[in-house]
Design a binder for this molecule. Structure first.
Ligand code: URA
Length: 202
C-alpha cells in the first residue's frame, strides 16, 4: 500500500505505516516513530511538538516530564486524557548529542510540514470537534501557517474544514520558567486555556 495514494482505514493501519516513515531524515537517529494515541472517536485532539527523550524510548506521546505536567493540568481542567487523542506535529525525536545526553532540538518548519501529512491523516480518521495545539510547532501544523502564540492564544479559531482550534503554550515552556511565581501564574493561565477548550466540548 502506498501511503501517498491510498489512505489508511484505521488508526492502527496508519500507525503501522508511520512506523516505517522515511519522509524526512529525522527517522535516522530516533529510536522509533512515536505515533498518536487515543480513541478513534475522540472529540478532542491534543497536539504537541515532537516526542522527547522518554517518549522516544517508550514509543508513546507525553509520558515524560512535560506529559506529567500536561496530565496535571488536564485534570485541573476536568479533561480526561483517555477520552482524547494525543499526538505530536513531528513523530520522531530530534536531538543533539552532548556527551551521553540527548538534548531536544526544535524541529524546522520544513520538518513540521513534511510530517503534517501524518497529522492530517490522523485528523481525517479521528475527526475531532476541537484541537488543542500546544506551542508554535503544533500551531503551525494544525493551522498550516506560522502564528505567534501571543496573537492567537486563548481564542477558539476555526480551520477551513470547520474544526475548532485552541492554541496555547507548550508544557515544556512552563517547565523552563525559573521564577516560581511566574511559573505558577503561567500554569494557571494554561489551565484556563484548557478549561475554555473543555467548555466548547460540552
Ligand atoms: N513534548 C511534546 O511536544 N510531545 C511529547 O510527546 C513529549 C514532549
Amino acid at each position: 500500500i502506498s501511503q501517498d495514494e491510498e489512505g489508511a482505514r484505521t488508526l492502527k493501519d496508519l500507525s503501522q505505516l508511520a512506523a516505517g516513515c522515511e519522509k524526512c531524515p529525522l527517522y535516522q537517529d530516533a529510536s522509533q516513530t512515536v505515533f498518536g494515541e487515543g480513541r478513534a472517536d475522540a472529540r478532542l485532539m491534543i497536539v504537541g511538538e515532537q516526542p522527547g527523550d522518554q517518549e522516544d524510548i517508550a514509543g508513546a506521546p507525553f509520558v515524560g516530564p512535560a506529559g506529567q505536567l500536561l496530565d496535571e493540568c488536564l485534570s485541573a481542567a476536568d479533561i480526561a486524557r483517555d477520552e482524547a487523542y494525543v499526538t505530536n506535529a513531528v513523530k520522531h525525536f530530534k536531538f543533539e548529542l552532548r556527551g551521553k545526553r540527548r538534548i531536544h532540538q526544535s524541529p524546522r518548519v520544513s520538518e513540521i510540514d513534511h510530517c503534517r501529512w501524518w497529522l492530517n491523516e490522523e485528523r481525517r480518521l479521528v475527526q475531532p470537534d476541537l484541537i488543542i495545539a500546544l506551542g508554535a510547532s503544533a500551531a503551525r501544523s494544525v493551522l498550516g501557517r506560522s502564528v505567534r502564540i501571543a496573537d492567537v492564544r486563548g481564542e477558539i479559531l476555526s480551520t477551513g474544514d470547520g474544526t475548532r482550534v485552541l492554541v496555547t503554550v507548550h508544557p515544556s515552556f512552563l517547565l523552563r520558567l525559573q521564577d516560581r511565581q511566574a511559573q505558577q501564574r503561567e500554569v494557571a493561565r494554561f489551565v484556563e486555556d484548557l478549561r475554555l477548550a473543555q467548555s466548547h466540548l460540552n
